[in-house]
Write a protein that binds this ligand. Sequence first.
Ligand SMILES: CC(C)=CCC/C(C)=C/CC/C(C)=C/CC/C(C)=C/COP(=O)(O)OP(=O)(O)O
Length: 203
Amino acid sequence: MVLERWEKQLNDLFEGQPCDMYDAALSDTVSKYPVDIQPFRDMIEGMRLDLRKSRYNNFDELYLYCYYAAGTVGLMSVPVMGIAPESMASTESVHNAALALGIANQLTNILRDVREDARRGKVYLPQDELAQAGLFEDDIFLRQVTEKWRSFMKGQIKRARMFFDKAEKGVVSLTRLVDGRYGHPYCYMGRSCMQLKLMTISL
Ligand SMILES: CC(C)=CCC/C(C)=C/CC/C(C)=C/CC/C(C)=C/COP(=O)(O)OP(=O)(O)O
């Protein structure tokens, strides 16, 4: 299976034996910076989870998925971006901020793509919170924008914003910031916060 092959290639490239040019680029990065293999393994695990799971009972379960899908990217990025020696922040707090940025970004994508995901049979919203709000899956599938839905979504948007707030504190501690869509943390923050704002306005 593809994911097993990726896992094997991942181990190989971390040992300096890349199998293609993409792996060679990552292998080179791994040789230059103290990158840990675990977030990469966790990302593959997330893909496995996504193949077998289409509902999330509560936020804890959803958080774990968000960690696999995007929190991992935050943890992969920190060793490359570097923590400024003069920064007073602990390594742990910078990792937590990077993790929070990944979670915030993934939550935003989930809220943005609710309908598209539902069409594929996927609901990445906590089932217990949907039930508490008096919502049923048909409200999603039938695209019912009711008062209940509006209020539920406002709560979800608020939570995503909280993760962005948590992330923001860590950015100042980074040393090597690269511009571009998949580079600078502020790019993710700006783009996703704009998406959250547009969602709020359209509710
Ligand atoms: C904050 C600190 C201390 C460090 C930042 C470390 C970084 C760069 C973290 C990035 C985390 C992050 C935003 C991960 C998400 C990666 C991901 C799955 C991107 C795809 O998302 P979009 O680009 O929004 O997707 P669409 O193309 O569907 O819109």
